[in-house]
Design a protein around this ligand. Structure first.
Ligand code: ADE
Length: 249
């Protein structure tokens, strides 16, 4: 899997991703990162890459030509037209299923905007996906690109070790995870739930499932509409008043 990032801040991307799990995956060659500094493609003697907006208004707009030249050089050796993700708050919200779709690509290109935006004409020409990481505005596209690269990387075989993959399994069914505890048995007067100390695996499994359901109901009730629920789950949720909540919506 090859990640390419067109950016004005390549160091930020490199430093962020050469850390922790993605850093380990890069060192092992399981994923590749290619940062392209858009400024290197400016023909301006001062290496400017932005200019004032036609029609007036505040802020600066990134010019199309340096981005085009960077894109052209990057893609000229690629067989198929690669997916190019423009990270923008105006895009579709990034989800786990998008991460899965992107993880099937050989090459993924991210374009990180800055200033007030990017000249529309270059976007029309090269962008295949407009993607946001949420309804808030950041100063640039680098953090969103890193968020997406992290989420896609952990789906690449070998990137997570066995323990990390096992943790992933427990996120299945569209439910939030149950709470976790480790030593000591008592901390600041708070005790680990007795069931977890009982050694009774069936009871522990049932308790964890119920905690997942309760937590999802309390924190992300919207997820329950698409969660895979058994008859026993539904009975437990009913006992917590889920049906009544639903009727109120
Ligand atoms: N650029 C600035 N804010 C952003 C966001 N929320 N998502 C993606 N790209 C962005």
């Amino acid at each position: 899997m090859n990640f390419h990032v067109l950016t004005l801040f390549p160091d930020m991307i490199r430093q962020g991703l050469h850390t922790s799990v993605t850093g380990r995956a890069l060192d092992r060659g399981l994923i590749h990162l290619n940062t392209v500094n858009i400024r290197d493609y400016s023909k301006d003697k001062h290496k400017h890459v932005d200019d004032t907006p036609y029609g007036g208004g505040a802020g600066m707009v990134m010019q199309p030509e340096p981005i085009w030249l960077a894109y052209e050089e990057l893609t000229c050796g690629m067989q198929d037209k690669p997916r190019l993700i423009y990270v923008t708050p105006q895009g579709k919200t990034f989800t786990q299923s998008m991460a899965e779709e992107f993880a099937a690509c050989r090459d993924l290109i991210f374009l990180c905007g800055h200033y007030e935006g990017v000249d529309e004409r270059i976007l029309e020409e090269i962008v295949t996906d407009y993607v946001s990481i949420g309804d808030y505005v950041l100063t640039g596209g680098e953090l969103p690109a890193m968020v997406m690269i992290d989420a896609v990387s952990r789906l690449i075989p070998g990137v997570l070790n066995n323990q990390e993959s096992a943790e992933f399994e427990s996120f299945q069914d569209n439910l939030l995870e149950h709470p976790h505890y480790t030593r000591p048995v008592e901390f600041h007067g708070r005790k680990v739930p007795d069931v977890l100390l009982s050694g009774h695996h069936a009871n522990i499994d049932r308790w964890r499932r119920q905690q997942s359901l309760k937590r999802t109901l309390e924190r992300r009730r919207d997820l329950l509409n698409t969660a895979r629920l058994t008859r026993e789950d539904l009975m437990y949720l009913d006992s917590l008043g889920w049906k009544e909540h639903n009727k109120d919506e």
